[in-house]
Design a protein around this ligand. Structure first.
Ligand code: PEP
Length: 252
């Protein structure tokens, strides 16, 4: 049985520790009784100090990005060693905003992924197609390319430690959600790729989250689909009540 995982990607919001603390103090009591759902808040680096606030709760903390070296002359980058040392448990890699705005490619994401795994950080790796890919019937081709590039050289043991986030780029921050059927079809395809590249048991054990305008009113329909193991949530994770409702919708 795969335990659903809900991530709250705050992007470049609530990065002031006081704002982040306020949000968490509202969220913690709302979700304290939630069982069998992994909850991860992914704040900006400047608010990672909230790690101290979630201690002893059912909420974990992740970073939005990292570099693939531990230290050195890499101005503006964040070391996985620093993340690990401060108690960060997860790291999001290859978010479409990193790929599109900051020109990160599969090769770079693959290097980061290997480093994160070697540091025992839990990676949440994003893949997804643009609207024009979907309109041209190229969704599976794009997903296969990203899968093979991003997970190049990743062992069977390692892939089971990774959470894959399927995030159709046309649905991120747009208010346009993939229908549960559209999302499940791609999730099923990703599972097929896992089966072909590893084996059936591995394919069944890897968690695949959906991301793209998940809201309290569409979450449970999405999460009921067989291949959807929770969600990576942007906008709706900034409000404690909305995010708590989405988390509760993932409880099976
Ligand atoms: C995201 O940031 O990964 C995301 C899916 O954003 P939103 O929920 O706002 O579409």
């Amino acid at each position: 049985m795969r335990i659903p995982i809900i991530g709250g990607n705050w992007k470049m919001h609530r990065g002031i520790p006081k704002d982040a603390k306020e949000m968490l103090e509202a969220l913690i009591p709302l979700v304290k009784d939630v069982r069998n759902v992994d909850i991860v808040i992914v704040p900006p680096f400047t608010a990672l100090s909230i790690i101290d606030i979630v201690e002893g709760t059912n909420i974990k903390i992740g970073a939005q990005n990292m570099y693939f070296e531990e230290k050195g002359a890499f101005t503006g980058e964040i070391s996985p060693l620093f993340l690990k040392e401060i108690g960060c448990e997860y790291v999001v890699l290859g978010h479409s905003e990193r790929r599109d705005i900051f020109k990160e490619n599969d090769e770079l994401i693959n290097k980061k992924l290997k480093k994160a795994l070697s540091m025992e950080l839990k990676p949440i790796v994003c893949i997804g197609e643009h609207l024009e890919d979907r309109e041209q019937g190229k969704t599976k081709e794009i997903i296969k390319g990203q899968f093979e590039g991003t997970f190049n050289g990743i062992s069977k043991e390692e892939i089971t430690k990774i959470v894959i986030a399927y995030e159709p780029i046309w649905a991120i921050g747009t208010g346009k959600t993939a229908t549960p059927e559209q999302a499940d079809e791609v999730h099923q395809y990703i599972r097929e790729l896992l089966g072909n590249n590893y084996d059936k048991q591995t394919a069944e054990s890897v968690r695949i989250q959906y991301g793209g305008s998940v809201k309290p009113n569409n979450a449970s329909e999405l999460f009921q689909k067989e291949n959807i193991d929770g969600g990576l949530v942007g906008g709706a994770s900034l409000d404690a009540n909305s995010f708590a409702d989405i988390i509760k919708a993932a409880q099976k």
